[in-house]
Design a protein around this ligand. Structure first.
Ligand code: NAP
Ligand code: GDD
Length: 336
Protein backbone atom coordinates (compact mmCIF):
# COMPACT_ATOMS: atom_id res chain seq x y z
CA UNK A 1 0.00 0.00 0.00
CA UNK A 2 1.23 3.49 -0.87
CA UNK A 3 2.34 5.67 2.09
CA UNK A 4 -0.14 8.55 2.40
CA UNK A 5 1.09 12.09 1.87
CA UNK A 6 1.33 13.99 5.16
CA UNK A 7 -0.01 17.49 5.73
CA UNK A 8 0.32 19.69 8.80
CA UNK A 9 -2.38 22.29 9.44
CA UNK A 10 -2.01 25.10 11.97
CA UNK A 11 -5.41 26.50 12.95
CA UNK A 12 -7.10 23.14 12.31
CA UNK A 13 -9.78 23.92 14.93
CA UNK A 14 -10.88 27.03 13.01
CA UNK A 15 -13.42 27.40 10.20
CA UNK A 16 -10.96 26.88 7.33
CA UNK A 17 -8.82 24.33 9.17
CA UNK A 18 -11.82 22.06 9.64
CA UNK A 19 -12.87 22.20 5.96
CA UNK A 20 -9.29 21.76 4.79
CA UNK A 21 -8.79 18.72 7.07
CA UNK A 22 -11.98 17.24 5.61
CA UNK A 23 -10.78 17.84 2.05
CA UNK A 24 -7.29 16.39 2.64
CA UNK A 25 -8.67 13.30 4.39
CA UNK A 26 -10.98 12.76 1.41
CA UNK A 27 -7.93 12.96 -0.84
CA UNK A 28 -6.16 10.25 1.16
CA UNK A 29 -3.74 12.40 3.15
CA UNK A 30 -2.56 11.71 6.68
CA UNK A 31 -3.50 14.95 8.41
CA UNK A 32 -1.75 16.43 11.44
CA UNK A 33 -3.16 19.44 13.23
CA UNK A 34 -1.81 21.80 15.86
CA UNK A 35 -4.27 22.48 18.67
CA UNK A 36 -3.88 25.05 21.44
CA UNK A 37 -4.28 23.73 24.93
CA UNK A 38 -7.37 25.27 26.52
CA UNK A 39 -9.27 24.51 29.72
CA UNK A 40 -12.14 23.14 27.64
CA UNK A 41 -12.08 21.14 24.43
CA UNK A 42 -11.88 23.44 21.41
CA UNK A 43 -12.16 20.77 18.71
CA UNK A 44 -15.91 21.05 18.05
CA UNK A 45 -15.43 21.75 14.32
CA UNK A 46 -13.31 18.62 13.75
CA UNK A 47 -14.75 16.11 16.23
CA UNK A 48 -16.67 14.41 13.40
CA UNK A 49 -13.35 13.66 11.66
CA UNK A 50 -11.54 12.24 14.66
CA UNK A 51 -10.87 8.53 15.09
CA UNK A 52 -9.01 7.36 18.21
CA UNK A 53 -5.30 7.20 17.38
CA UNK A 54 -5.13 3.57 18.63
CA UNK A 55 -7.47 2.60 15.80
CA UNK A 56 -5.47 1.51 12.71
CA UNK A 57 -7.90 3.50 10.53
CA UNK A 58 -6.87 6.79 12.20
CA UNK A 59 -5.55 9.34 9.70
CA UNK A 60 -6.09 12.55 11.66
CA UNK A 61 -3.61 13.28 14.45
CA UNK A 62 -3.72 16.26 16.79
CA UNK A 63 -0.75 17.76 18.61
CA UNK A 64 -0.61 20.47 21.23
CA UNK A 65 1.25 23.55 20.06
CA UNK A 66 1.05 27.30 19.58
CA UNK A 67 2.46 29.66 16.97
CA UNK A 68 3.97 31.72 19.77
CA UNK A 69 6.17 28.73 20.78
CA UNK A 70 8.92 28.33 18.18
CA UNK A 71 10.76 25.38 19.75
CA UNK A 72 7.56 23.36 19.75
CA UNK A 73 7.16 24.02 16.03
CA UNK A 74 10.66 22.63 15.44
CA UNK A 75 10.03 19.41 17.41
CA UNK A 76 6.65 18.89 15.76
CA UNK A 77 7.88 19.39 12.20
CA UNK A 78 10.78 17.05 12.89
CA UNK A 79 8.44 14.41 14.23
CA UNK A 80 5.71 14.67 11.60
CA UNK A 81 7.85 15.40 8.49
CA UNK A 82 4.90 16.81 6.50
CA UNK A 83 5.07 17.23 2.72
CA UNK A 84 2.64 20.16 2.92
CA UNK A 85 2.26 22.78 5.66
CA UNK A 86 -0.83 24.98 5.76
CA UNK A 87 -0.42 27.94 8.09
CA UNK A 88 -3.98 28.96 8.93
CA UNK A 89 -3.51 29.85 12.61
CA UNK A 90 -4.08 33.47 13.53
CA UNK A 91 -5.86 35.86 15.83
CA UNK A 92 -8.17 36.47 12.90
CA UNK A 93 -10.67 39.04 14.19
CA UNK A 94 -10.07 42.54 12.83
CA UNK A 95 -12.00 44.40 15.56
CA UNK A 96 -10.26 42.40 18.30
CA UNK A 97 -6.88 43.22 16.76
CA UNK A 98 -7.38 46.87 17.80
CA UNK A 99 -7.80 45.70 21.41
CA UNK A 100 -4.93 43.19 21.24
CA UNK A 101 -2.46 44.62 18.71
CA UNK A 102 0.61 43.11 20.33
CA UNK A 103 -0.75 39.57 20.60
CA UNK A 104 -2.11 39.84 17.06
CA UNK A 105 1.36 40.80 15.85
CA UNK A 106 2.98 37.92 17.74
CA UNK A 107 0.58 35.22 16.54
CA UNK A 108 -0.70 36.41 13.15
CA UNK A 109 2.57 38.03 12.06
CA UNK A 110 5.65 36.67 13.85
CA UNK A 111 3.98 33.24 14.23
CA UNK A 112 4.40 32.76 10.47
CA UNK A 113 8.09 33.60 10.70
CA UNK A 114 8.54 31.06 13.50
CA UNK A 115 7.00 28.40 11.31
CA UNK A 116 8.99 29.32 8.19
CA UNK A 117 12.18 29.48 10.21
CA UNK A 118 11.48 26.11 11.86
CA UNK A 119 11.07 24.57 8.37
CA UNK A 120 14.32 26.16 7.21
CA UNK A 121 16.26 25.22 10.37
CA UNK A 122 15.51 21.52 10.12
CA UNK A 123 15.94 21.50 6.33
CA UNK A 124 12.42 20.14 5.77
CA UNK A 125 11.48 19.74 2.09
CA UNK A 126 7.85 20.78 2.09
CA UNK A 127 5.37 23.06 0.38
CA UNK A 128 4.12 25.94 2.52
CA UNK A 129 0.80 27.80 2.34
CA UNK A 130 0.37 31.16 4.09
CA UNK A 131 -3.18 32.33 4.85
CA UNK A 132 -2.86 35.88 3.57
CA UNK A 133 -5.84 38.17 3.49
CA UNK A 134 -7.69 40.77 1.43
CA UNK A 135 -7.55 42.84 4.62
CA UNK A 136 -3.97 43.67 3.51
CA UNK A 137 -5.44 45.83 0.69
CA UNK A 138 -7.28 47.89 3.29
CA UNK A 139 -7.87 51.36 1.90
CA UNK A 140 -6.67 50.65 -1.66
CA UNK A 141 -9.75 50.93 -3.90
CA UNK A 142 -11.22 47.84 -5.62
CA UNK A 143 -11.00 45.75 -7.69
CA UNK A 144 -7.96 44.21 -5.95
CA UNK A 145 -5.65 41.62 -7.51
CA UNK A 146 -2.11 40.28 -6.95
CA UNK A 147 -0.57 43.55 -8.24
CA UNK A 148 -2.63 45.86 -6.00
CA UNK A 149 -0.58 47.75 -3.38
CA UNK A 150 -1.26 47.00 0.29
CA UNK A 151 -2.64 49.65 2.65
CA UNK A 152 -3.61 47.82 5.82
CA UNK A 153 -6.08 49.54 8.13
CA UNK A 154 -5.83 47.40 11.27
CA UNK A 155 -3.19 45.69 13.44
CA UNK A 156 -4.50 42.44 11.92
CA UNK A 157 -3.99 43.73 8.37
CA UNK A 158 -0.50 45.00 9.21
CA UNK A 159 0.45 41.64 10.78
CA UNK A 160 -0.77 39.81 7.66
CA UNK A 161 1.29 42.12 5.40
CA UNK A 162 4.38 41.23 7.43
CA UNK A 163 3.62 37.50 7.17
CA UNK A 164 2.98 37.88 3.42
CA UNK A 165 6.40 39.45 2.84
CA UNK A 166 8.16 36.91 5.07
CA UNK A 167 6.61 34.14 2.99
CA UNK A 168 7.83 35.77 -0.22
CA UNK A 169 11.21 36.38 1.36
CA UNK A 170 11.66 32.70 2.29
CA UNK A 171 10.67 31.79 -1.27
CA UNK A 172 13.15 34.21 -2.81
CA UNK A 173 15.99 33.86 -0.29
CA UNK A 174 15.94 30.09 0.29
CA UNK A 175 14.05 28.77 -2.72
CA UNK A 176 11.26 27.41 -0.54
CA UNK A 177 7.97 26.41 -2.16
CA UNK A 178 6.13 29.08 -0.17
CA UNK A 179 2.89 30.52 -1.46
CA UNK A 180 0.46 33.22 -0.33
CA UNK A 181 -3.25 32.69 -0.81
CA UNK A 182 -4.77 36.17 -0.62
CA UNK A 183 -8.27 35.15 0.31
CA UNK A 184 -11.24 37.50 0.42
CA UNK A 185 -13.91 37.00 3.09
CA UNK A 186 -15.28 33.49 3.15
CA UNK A 187 -18.07 32.23 5.32
CA UNK A 188 -19.97 29.09 6.26
CA UNK A 189 -22.10 27.61 9.03
CA UNK A 190 -18.76 27.01 10.82
CA UNK A 191 -17.82 30.70 10.74
CA UNK A 192 -16.86 32.19 14.13
CA UNK A 193 -19.95 33.62 15.79
CA UNK A 194 -18.69 37.23 16.04
CA UNK A 195 -17.94 37.70 12.33
CA UNK A 196 -20.67 39.68 10.66
CA UNK A 197 -22.30 37.04 8.43
CA UNK A 198 -22.56 34.42 11.18
CA UNK A 199 -23.69 37.01 13.69
CA UNK A 200 -26.53 37.80 11.27
CA UNK A 201 -27.46 34.18 10.45
CA UNK A 202 -27.50 33.26 14.14
CA UNK A 203 -29.59 36.31 15.01
CA UNK A 204 -32.15 35.39 12.34
CA UNK A 205 -32.45 31.90 13.79
CA UNK A 206 -32.67 33.26 17.35
CA UNK A 207 -35.31 35.84 16.39
CA UNK A 208 -37.46 33.26 14.62
CA UNK A 209 -37.18 31.01 17.69
CA UNK A 210 -38.15 33.88 19.99
CA UNK A 211 -34.78 33.86 21.76
CA UNK A 212 -33.58 37.31 20.67
CA UNK A 213 -35.38 40.62 20.10
CA UNK A 214 -32.81 42.82 18.38
CA UNK A 215 -29.49 42.58 16.58
CA UNK A 216 -26.92 45.26 17.44
CA UNK A 217 -24.55 46.10 14.60
CA UNK A 218 -21.85 48.57 13.52
CA UNK A 219 -21.14 49.91 10.01
CA UNK A 220 -23.72 48.56 7.57
CA UNK A 221 -22.24 50.25 4.50
CA UNK A 222 -19.00 48.26 4.24
CA UNK A 223 -18.73 46.34 0.95
CA UNK A 224 -17.36 42.80 1.01
CA UNK A 225 -16.75 40.02 -1.51
CA UNK A 226 -18.19 37.03 0.38
CA UNK A 227 -17.50 33.47 -0.75
CA UNK A 228 -18.03 30.00 0.70
CA UNK A 229 -15.22 28.58 2.89
CA UNK A 230 -15.60 25.10 1.44
CA UNK A 231 -14.80 26.42 -2.05
CA UNK A 232 -11.84 28.41 -0.73
CA UNK A 233 -9.98 25.51 0.93
CA UNK A 234 -9.92 23.79 -2.47
CA UNK A 235 -7.99 26.79 -3.79
CA UNK A 236 -5.48 26.42 -0.93
CA UNK A 237 -4.83 22.81 -1.88
CA UNK A 238 -4.60 23.66 -5.60
CA UNK A 239 -1.94 26.30 -4.86
CA UNK A 240 0.31 23.67 -3.27
CA UNK A 241 -0.15 21.30 -6.26
CA UNK A 242 0.88 23.98 -8.78
CA UNK A 243 4.10 23.75 -10.80
CA UNK A 244 5.64 26.70 -9.01
CA UNK A 245 5.06 28.72 -5.86
CA UNK A 246 3.21 31.95 -6.58
CA UNK A 247 0.70 34.21 -4.86
CA UNK A 248 -3.00 34.07 -5.73
CA UNK A 249 -6.07 36.16 -5.02
CA UNK A 250 -9.12 34.01 -4.23
CA UNK A 251 -12.46 35.82 -4.45
CA UNK A 252 -15.86 35.71 -6.11
CA UNK A 253 -15.76 39.18 -7.69
CA UNK A 254 -19.21 39.95 -6.24
CA UNK A 255 -19.82 43.04 -4.11
CA UNK A 256 -22.48 43.41 -1.43
CA UNK A 257 -22.88 45.66 1.59
CA UNK A 258 -23.51 44.41 5.12
CA UNK A 259 -27.03 45.82 4.62
CA UNK A 260 -27.46 43.56 1.56
CA UNK A 261 -26.41 40.53 3.58
CA UNK A 262 -28.91 41.47 6.30
CA UNK A 263 -31.61 41.67 3.67
CA UNK A 264 -30.73 38.28 2.14
CA UNK A 265 -30.73 36.58 5.54
CA UNK A 266 -33.91 38.14 6.96
CA UNK A 267 -35.86 37.88 3.70
CA UNK A 268 -35.13 34.18 3.63
CA UNK A 269 -37.47 33.80 6.64
CA UNK A 270 -39.86 36.55 5.46
CA UNK A 271 -38.74 39.14 7.99
CA UNK A 272 -37.93 42.83 7.44
CA UNK A 273 -34.38 43.36 8.78
CA UNK A 274 -34.99 47.06 9.48
CA UNK A 275 -37.40 46.15 12.27
CA UNK A 276 -34.76 44.17 14.17
CA UNK A 277 -31.39 45.82 13.58
CA UNK A 278 -30.10 48.51 15.92
CA UNK A 279 -26.87 50.46 15.94
CA UNK A 280 -24.16 50.04 18.60
CA UNK A 281 -20.95 52.02 18.20
CA UNK A 282 -19.06 49.24 20.01
CA UNK A 283 -18.94 47.40 16.69
CA UNK A 284 -17.28 50.24 14.78
CA UNK A 285 -13.55 50.03 14.13
CA UNK A 286 -11.12 52.96 14.63
CA UNK A 287 -10.29 52.63 10.92
CA UNK A 288 -12.59 50.77 8.54
CA UNK A 289 -11.95 48.91 5.31
CA UNK A 290 -14.72 50.31 3.12
CA UNK A 291 -14.64 48.09 0.08
CA UNK A 292 -13.04 44.76 -0.83
CA UNK A 293 -13.85 43.25 -4.23
CA UNK A 294 -11.44 40.67 -5.58
CA UNK A 295 -10.27 39.88 -9.09
CA UNK A 296 -9.39 36.16 -9.04
CA UNK A 297 -8.59 35.84 -12.76
CA UNK A 298 -5.12 34.46 -12.02
CA UNK A 299 -6.47 31.65 -9.80
CA UNK A 300 -8.98 30.81 -12.54
CA UNK A 301 -6.43 30.85 -15.38
CA UNK A 302 -3.48 29.17 -13.63
CA UNK A 303 -5.19 26.84 -11.13
CA UNK A 304 -8.56 26.36 -12.80
CA UNK A 305 -10.31 27.49 -9.60
CA UNK A 306 -13.79 29.06 -9.66
CA UNK A 307 -16.24 29.67 -6.80
CA UNK A 308 -19.42 27.60 -6.67
CA UNK A 309 -21.49 29.32 -3.97
CA UNK A 310 -22.20 33.08 -4.03
CA UNK A 311 -24.40 35.41 -2.03
CA UNK A 312 -27.41 35.45 -1.65
CA UNK A 313 -27.23 31.61 -1.70
CA UNK A 314 -24.52 31.76 0.96
CA UNK A 315 -26.71 33.77 3.34
CA UNK A 316 -29.55 31.30 2.89
CA UNK A 317 -27.45 28.22 3.57
CA UNK A 318 -26.05 29.83 6.73
CA UNK A 319 -29.50 30.77 8.00
CA UNK A 320 -30.80 27.27 7.25
CA UNK A 321 -27.90 25.71 9.17
CA UNK A 322 -28.46 27.94 12.20
CA UNK A 323 -32.22 27.34 12.11
CA UNK A 324 -31.61 23.60 12.16
CA UNK A 325 -29.37 23.70 15.24
CA UNK A 326 -31.04 26.52 17.16
CA UNK A 327 -32.06 24.35 20.10
CA UNK A 328 -28.50 23.12 20.62
CA UNK A 329 -27.00 26.58 21.00
CA UNK A 330 -27.03 29.35 23.55
CA UNK A 331 -27.37 33.04 22.76
CA UNK A 332 -24.54 35.13 21.35
CA UNK A 333 -22.52 36.62 24.23
CA UNK A 334 -23.78 40.19 24.51
CA UNK A 335 -20.41 41.96 24.70
CA UNK A 336 -18.67 40.44 21.67
P1 NAP B 1 -10.60 31.14 12.66
O1 NAP B 1 -11.86 30.39 12.51
O2 NAP B 1 -10.53 32.32 13.55
O3 NAP B 1 -9.46 30.09 13.09
C1 NAP B 1 -8.21 30.51 13.56
C2 NAP B 1 -7.44 29.29 14.02
O4 NAP B 1 -6.16 29.71 14.50
C3 NAP B 1 -8.09 28.52 15.19
O5 NAP B 1 -7.85 27.15 15.01
C4 NAP B 1 -7.32 29.05 16.39
O6 NAP B 1 -7.31 28.16 17.48
C5 NAP B 1 -5.94 29.14 15.78
N1 NAP B 1 -5.01 29.99 16.53
C6 NAP B 1 -5.18 31.27 16.91
N2 NAP B 1 -4.07 31.72 17.54
C7 NAP B 1 -3.20 30.69 17.55
C8 NAP B 1 -1.89 30.52 18.06
N3 NAP B 1 -1.25 31.50 18.70
N4 NAP B 1 -1.28 29.32 17.90
C9 NAP B 1 -1.91 28.29 17.27
N5 NAP B 1 -3.16 28.39 16.78
C10 NAP B 1 -3.79 29.59 16.91
O7 NAP B 1 -10.08 31.65 11.22
P2 NAP B 1 -10.51 31.16 9.76
O8 NAP B 1 -11.67 31.98 9.31
O9 NAP B 1 -10.59 29.70 9.72
O10 NAP B 1 -9.26 31.67 8.91
C11 NAP B 1 -8.11 30.84 8.72
C12 NAP B 1 -6.92 31.73 8.38
O11 NAP B 1 -7.19 32.44 7.18
C13 NAP B 1 -6.57 32.78 9.41
O12 NAP B 1 -5.18 32.97 9.39
C14 NAP B 1 -7.26 34.04 8.91
O13 NAP B 1 -6.60 35.18 9.38
C15 NAP B 1 -7.07 33.85 7.41
N6 NAP B 1 -8.09 34.45 6.56
C16 NAP B 1 -9.40 34.23 6.79
C17 NAP B 1 -10.36 34.77 5.95
C18 NAP B 1 -11.82 34.53 6.16
O14 NAP B 1 -12.62 35.27 5.56
N7 NAP B 1 -12.21 33.53 6.92
C19 NAP B 1 -9.94 35.55 4.84
C20 NAP B 1 -8.58 35.73 4.63
C21 NAP B 1 -7.65 35.18 5.48
P3 NAP B 1 -8.52 28.14 18.58
O15 NAP B 1 -9.61 27.32 17.96
O16 NAP B 1 -7.87 27.51 19.74
O17 NAP B 1 -8.91 29.57 18.79
N1 GDD C 1 -17.83 41.51 13.11
C1 GDD C 1 -18.73 42.49 12.91
N2 GDD C 1 -19.74 42.67 13.82
N3 GDD C 1 -18.64 43.26 11.80
C2 GDD C 1 -19.58 44.21 11.61
C3 GDD C 1 -20.61 44.43 12.51
C4 GDD C 1 -20.71 43.63 13.68
O1 GDD C 1 -21.58 43.78 14.52
N4 GDD C 1 -21.39 45.44 12.03
C5 GDD C 1 -20.84 45.82 10.87
N5 GDD C 1 -19.73 45.09 10.61
C6 GDD C 1 -18.85 45.24 9.45
C7 GDD C 1 -17.38 45.46 9.80
O2 GDD C 1 -17.13 46.79 10.22
C8 GDD C 1 -16.72 45.09 8.48
O3 GDD C 1 -16.70 46.18 7.63
C9 GDD C 1 -17.64 44.01 7.90
O4 GDD C 1 -18.86 44.07 8.67
C10 GDD C 1 -17.09 42.60 7.96
O5 GDD C 1 -16.65 42.34 9.27
P1 GDD C 1 -16.15 40.88 9.72
O6 GDD C 1 -17.17 39.86 9.38
O7 GDD C 1 -15.72 40.98 11.14
O8 GDD C 1 -14.93 40.58 8.74
P2 GDD C 1 -13.68 41.46 8.28
O9 GDD C 1 -13.92 41.82 6.84
O10 GDD C 1 -13.37 42.53 9.21
O11 GDD C 1 -12.49 40.39 8.38
C11 GDD C 1 -12.68 39.07 7.90
O12 GDD C 1 -12.27 38.98 6.56
C12 GDD C 1 -10.87 39.20 6.33
C13 GDD C 1 -10.63 39.08 4.82
O13 GDD C 1 -10.97 40.29 4.22
C14 GDD C 1 -11.88 38.14 8.81
O14 GDD C 1 -12.20 36.80 8.52
C15 GDD C 1 -10.38 38.28 8.60
O15 GDD C 1 -9.69 37.26 9.33
C16 GDD C 1 -10.10 38.13 7.10
O16 GDD C 1 -8.72 38.25 6.85
Amino acid sequence: METPKKALITGITGQDGSYLAELLLQKGYEVHGIVRRSSQFNTGRIDHLYVDSHDPRARLFLHYGDLTDGSRLVTLLEKVQPAEVYNLAAQSHVRVSFDEPEFTGLSTGVGSTRLLEAIRMIGLECRYYQASSSEMFGATPPPQNEATPFWPRSPYGAAKVYAYWMTRNYREAYGMFATNGILFNHESPRRGETFVTRKISMAVANIVAGKQDYLYMGNLDAVRDWGYAKDYVEAMWMMLQADKAEDFVVATGTAYTVKDFLQFAFEHVNLDWEKYVRFDERYLRPTEVDSLIGDASKARDVLGWTPKVLPPELAKLMVDADMSTIDLRTKLPAQL
